[in-house]
Design a protein around this ligand. Structure first.
Ligand code: SAM
Ligand code: SF4
Length: 332
């Protein structure tokens, strides 16, 4: 196994790469996709299957041990089956985050690729509310696919972005799902990105999410679990329930100190932080046959201590977000 070379100025070892396979998506979640959609660009600007795997391989040579495929919706990518299988031949733990719409077509591919856990995003248990959030009508299909994954023995993590006035009342209902299903539900604080209708009032903090938990469950029944190293969620379970729940709080209590993540966008740009504005073009030099390792090392050295250099958690945080891409074009 390669020794870690992706160590930044703050001693953080970067061994986790999130790759966006595509900017496209079959849903239109209002908090992720700008209302007007995203500019559809020529296919030539995006990494091909071979380029994605080729660039990923170089990261593994530099010490990356885990790769998550994301997007946009990774399963709408042309050749997604081949890409998942090709990626699984690399010496990494592989993971995927999907909206679940197409999961039934990928069960065998997931099995062949050795995927054990599938992250599915589901922001509402209520079909009509879900349709409003996603501006599409796929709730039944996604729920069926979650059951399918569980019946096939996959571990499922359900991700829900909590937005005030939209779905915060469903926090206990989501946790109730963990009573009889061995699911992990993760509540994500709403983050600001280009054109996503974010403001402070809509954001429920970790503390506020826990207040909703406290209003539904006896304090003695809420058990704090040990978090994994580099875990972005603070994890809990309700006594006697099969599954667990966690809170991901990038806004109110960032986990930058233990960050081990890098991001590769579908157009082959390396981002050293989700909130960062800097991008490092890997695709063009890769296509020209150049060595991209020095660019990757340089990008890691350029990483800021916190949130891509956004330090102030006041109104300027909201202002600075506009210089970033939308979530669907970064890769969540
Ligand atoms: N399409 C896939 C999906 O929805 O799971 C993968 C891509 S999506 C961008 C990855 C994750 O980012 C999802 O769980 C989504 O809910 C989350 N996400 C998107 N925009 C967000 C925002 N503004 N704040 C917090 N989480 C967000
Ligand atoms: Fe698509 Fe995922 Fe963004 Fe929703 S959160 S629009 S499913 S990429």
């Amino acid at each position: 196994m390669a020794s870690p070379q992706l160590v930044d100025r703050f001693g953080r070892v970067h061994d986790y790469l999130r790759i966006s396979l595509t900017e496209r998506c079959n849903l239109r979640c209002f908090y992720c996709m700008p209302e007007c959609g995203i500019e559809l660009r020529d296919n030539a600007v995006f990494m091909t299957e071979e380029e994605t795997i080729g660039i990923a391989k170089i990261f593994t040579e530099l010490g990356v041990k885990k790769i998550r495929l994301t997007g946009g919706e990774p399963l709408v990518k042309k050749n997604a089956h081949e890409l998942i299988l090709g990626m699984s031949s690399l010496p990494v733990k592989m993971a995927i985050t999907s909206n679940g719409v197409l999961v039934d077509r990928f069960i065998q591919t997931f099995e062949k690729a050795g995927l054990k856990t599938i992250n599915i995003s589901l922001d509402s248990i209520d079909k009509y509310k879900f349709n409003e959030i996603t501006r599409r009508d796929y709730h039944d299909r996604i729920i069926n696919n979650i059951h399918l994954l569980l019946s096939k023995g996959f571990r499922v993590k359900l991700n829900a972005v909590v937005i005030r006035g939209v779905n915060e009342v469903e926090i206990p209902q989501f946790i109730e799902l963990t009573k009889s299903f061995d699911l992990s539900v993760r509540f994500i604080e709403f983050m600001p990105f280009d054109g996503n209708q974010w403001n402070w009032d809509k954001m429920l903090s970790y503390k506020e999410i826990m207040e909703h938990v406290a209003s539904a469950y006896d304090q003695d029944d809420v058990i704090r679990l040990n978090d994994e190293p580099n875990d972005t969620s603070k994890n809990y379970k309700i006594k006697g329930f099969k599954g667990s729940f966690g809170i991901i709080s990038p806004v109110s209590s960032p986990f930058c100190e233990s960050c081990n993540r890098l991001r590769l966008t579908a157009d082959g740009r390396l981002k050293n932080c989700l909130f960062g504005q800097e991008e490092f073009n890997l695709l063009e030099p890769f296509r020209n046959g150049e060595d991209i390792k020095p660019i990757i090392l340089n990008a890691v050295q350029a990483k800021h201590k916190e949130r891509g250099g956004i330090t102030a958690l006041d109104h300027t945080f909201a202002d600075q977000k506009w210089a970033n891409r939308s979530m669907t074009t970064i890769g969540g």
